[in-house]
Design a protein around this ligand. Sequence first.
Ligand code: IFM
Length: 431
Amino acid sequence: MSHSSFLWGVATSAYQIEGAAENDWTDWERQARLKVPDERCGAGAGHRERWRADLSLIPSVGANAYRLSVERSVVEPESGFFSDEALAFERRRVDALVRMGIEPMVTLHHYTHPLWFWADGGWEDPGSIASFRRYAATVADALGPGVRHWVTLNEPIVFLLGGYLGGLIPPGQRRFAGAARALEHLLRAHTEAAAVVRERIPGARIGIAHNMLDFAPERRGSALDRRLARAGERLYNAALLEAIATGRMDWAFPGSGRARFAVPGFPEANDFVGVNYYSRVHIRFRGVPGSVGGFAYRDPAARGLTDTGWEIHPEGFDRVLRQAENAGRPILVTENGIATRNDAVRRDFLREHALVLRHRLSAGAPIEGYFYWSLLDNFEWLEGFRPRFGLFEVDYSTFARRRRPSADLFAELGRGFTRAADGSASAAGRR
Ligand code: IFM
């Protein structure tokens, strides 16, 4: 693959397709904390056994890039002890990608944690920073220069809202003070991880995959809904972008608290902004103690909600991409996708979102790549296996893969982007 090409990729994460780990999520499943209380990730989509065959699907959908993650509980089963075998597995996988001409993008933290990490105090403990640095350094040593794109943290704001404020995902807490401390440590951990990865892989490009939503007031006529929607947009989308631009984080959660701090070196530690975009939320002021407001997915355009109940809203993709430009960095769409059993709906989704991408690129936006979530159907966290995000369907009773027609469309759309990028300004700025 030429380095100047637009990255047209597919994304997965380790636990969601491999399972086979003992981590905080397996614990969560045992505690029946999923929406489907009996569900277990188990072997995920069976990728551990089928990884070679799965990787061969990537070029078949016209992708030149693959975003994957490393499962920390497997490579670092005890604090500071790294499994050579697990690291060698990761190396084989990225070597195979590089041999195929597929650009790997490796995510270091994608929701899961080893159990020892929480016993050591988790992200509230400042020791989490050095421990993440050591993990990043070890993985970078093991994977080597074939990996030029690194995502340290996947969706840190969602992780904090769900794990430290909403009690919905591990560690299941509900305290703003804890969330604020964890946020600071996550951003410092990112900064230190970026430094050690760059030391080992000169020219590595490092970023955070930031989940962004479009926000709207539930009742247009309500000043309170409008104000709350703006506050939501700030804390969910804008605060992290501002921190990337300035090194200063100002994170205010209405009714809960406000955290302000500086992260020295943070702007320099971000070579790109990763954008994960799925939907829009409508915000309603409630004003009851402990719950200032609520959000819901609506369907004003009558496109139909997705199987995760989310609005299909390509116009919001345009808005968040414009907003992401405020960070002053190249943009990689690190995730965009839809859960649906109706593949015709997925095809419409792909066409409409690709159109937005095309418009933003024509307007000169510094977007350097797009990754569809996901290559395969997989374990969708609290929702279990029901939502189907894949370009390939997985039969969970046999782990057989079946190509969906949207895989062909994805390949066709990709040709437009990768061809246009070779020799055009849309890929400017990348090595
Ligand atoms: O499956 C998740 C992924 O792990 C992170 N981003 C959103 C996806 C769909 O919910």
